[in-house]
Design a protein around this ligand. Structure first.
Ligand code: PLP
Length: 282
């Protein structure tokens, strides 16, 4: 099949899937999601993404209808049915279906959605351009909720400015991007924002920290400023879809490019990990 959708036990082409009006996602965006990529029909970092998904759901007290094991099996079965070996795999759970009321109706089962379409991770060696935007999101950014309007508005601004991603700042402090984490490399030390409620605990961020520790690059999980970002030797943007991208410009000003050997080493190791995990040679 070209693509594939799933909603509460029903399967079909994405264009043909429908959902009930009273799914709480329609009124409240009441749910959480996770996403990753496949290559060679193998799902990249499936365990880590499913663990984070269940953790996000638990933080919102959403009751799951599937165990982690059942969900993983379902995702793999669906991945196998889609023709393209390289796919974008997305799933979400919403807090069930009931007539609109802020207070959730007790005992209503949650709704599981899965969406698969052909998709490839970005060329890890390509450079991207960012614009900086005030971080107007709320204080639950550690939960991967469906409430993404500020991220969407900021991404639209970036696209209008001919940029690829956004870097969010709260005052002077850099938090993360609209759909990625961001780290800086300066004097051979990698700095990245600490895991608090202002950033998402990215799986690729964790992979990058592990790669750094394996090759002896010191890591500091500390807050850093927009000035430090602009002055950094290299700026690294991480997400499941981009792995480990360098940044060439922020707000039209050239940045990074001062420690290309270390950046290339981290990119080589990131793509090696992706290839080994998915048994692919993309
Ligand atoms: N930060 C935000 C806001 C995101 O939406 C994402 C990915 O969707 C990330 C960071 C990166 O997370 P991961 O590396 O798990 O893809």
């Amino acid at each position: 099949m070209e693509n594939l959708g799933y909603y509460c036990g029903k399967f079909g082409l994405l264009e043909e899937m429908t959902i009930p009006m009273n799914d709480r996602v329609c009124y409240f965006g009441d749910g959480v999601y996770d996403a990753t990529y496949t290559a060679n029909h193998k799902i990249y970092d499936l365990d880590e993404h499913v663990d984070r998904f269940f953790h996000s759901a638990a933080l919102l007290n959403i009751n799951m209808t599937h165990t982690k094991c059942e969900l993983k099996q379902l995702l793999q079965e669906m991945v196998n049915k889609v023709d393209s070996p390289e796919q974008f795999l997305y799933w979400q759970v919403t807090r069930g279906t009931s007539v609109r009321n802020h207070v959730p109706e007790p005992g209503v089962p949650s709704n599981l959605w899965i969406m698969i379409k052909p998709g490839k991770i970005k060329d890890v060696y390509s450079k991207i351009k960012l614009i900086s935007v005030e971080d107007t999101r709320y204080f639950h950014c550690n939960i991967k909720t469906l409430n993404l309007l500020p991220n969407v508005m900021a991404s639209q601004k970036a696209a209008e400015a001919g940029c690829d991603e956004v870097v969010f700042k709260r005052g002077d402090r850099v938090t993360e991007c609209a759909h990625s984490n961001i780290s800086i490399l300066t004097h051979g030390i990698l700095k990245t924002a600490p895991l608090d409620n202002l950033i998402l605990p990215g799986i690729t961020r964790a992979n990058l920290l592990k790669i750094c520790s394996d090759c002896g690059i010191p890591v500091e999980e500390v807050t850093y400023t927009i000035n430090e970002l602009m002055e950094a030797d290299e700026i690294i943007v991480t997400s499941a879809g981009s792995l480990c991208l360098g940044v060439s410009e922020i707000d039209g000003i050239p940045v990074g490019g001062k420690d290309q050997d270390t950046l290339k080493m981290l990119q080589d190791l990131s793509i090696k990990r992706f290839r080994e995990t998915t048994d692919s040679n993309i």
